[in-house]
Design a protein around this ligand. Structure first.
Ligand SMILES: [Fe+2]
Ligand SMILES: [Fe+2]
Length: 197
């Protein structure tokens, strides 16, 4: 599915430092979430993918650390993730979709970072296939995925607001938030996680 929601919004160059700061945090969170997911009971093909996924996120984080010149705030514990695979799959799919939307925005300012966008597309595509698999599997797993998706979707506006929190981004906040939300809403509806809204 094309991620065109954010490409039509061009941020001025003065937004770049704020956007890179957001990426430093988001990539760190993505890495910790993948590490946490690897400790869960996931299907073997997912476990294999998560190893590669972890390497990608490590590399993204290192790139932002180099650009910004510091490391993200340390955490004492890995973030908690759902133990049940259908719910965990929804969470990974959701956050990777959000990461992809931000990466789409990032490359409008930094076309040199296109490889990060390409990686995020690989991550989203993998979890999207897993979501399709879950939705075609037993009814209980499919139902669990749909319930988790609805809960995740309801929290998304606040999450997006948090990610966009920066004075320099304020003028663009409403349009970016609504485009990101509609892109992810479309994605979740097309996969069958959410009913038509
Ligand atoms: Fe990433
Ligand atoms: Fe990613």
């Amino acid at each position: 599915m094309p991620s065109d929601a954010t490409t039509s919004t061009r941020l001025p160059p003065e937004c770049e430092p704020a956007l890179l700061e957001r990426f430093l945090k988001a990539e760190a969170m993505a890495l910790w979430t993948v590490r946490s997911a690897r400790l869960q009971d996931v299907p073997p093909n997912v476990y294999a993918f998560l190893r590669k996924h972890e390497e990608d996120e490590e590399q993204h984080l290192a790139q932002f650390e180099t650009m910004i010149g510091r490391q993200p705030r340390e955490r004492e514990r890995l973030p908690s993730v759902p133990r049940q695979w259908p719910a965990l799959a929804v969470q990974l799919y959701g956050y990777e979709s959000l990461g992809l939307e931000f990466a789409t925005l990032l490359v409008t300012l930094r076309p040199d970072l296109v490889s990060i966008h390409e990686d995020e597309l690989v991550h989203v595509t993998f979890f999207e296939q897993e979501i399709h698999r879950i939705l075609r599997s037993e009814a209980a797993a499919a139902e669990q995925a749909r319930v988790s998706a609805l809960a995740w979707w309801r929290k998304l506006p606040r999450t997006v607001d948090r990610y966009l929190e920066a004075a320099v981004l304020d003028p663009f906040h409403p349009v970016l938030a609504s485009r990101i939300l509609s892109a992810i809403g479309r994605r979740f509806t097309t996969t069958g996680l959410l009913k038509d809204r």
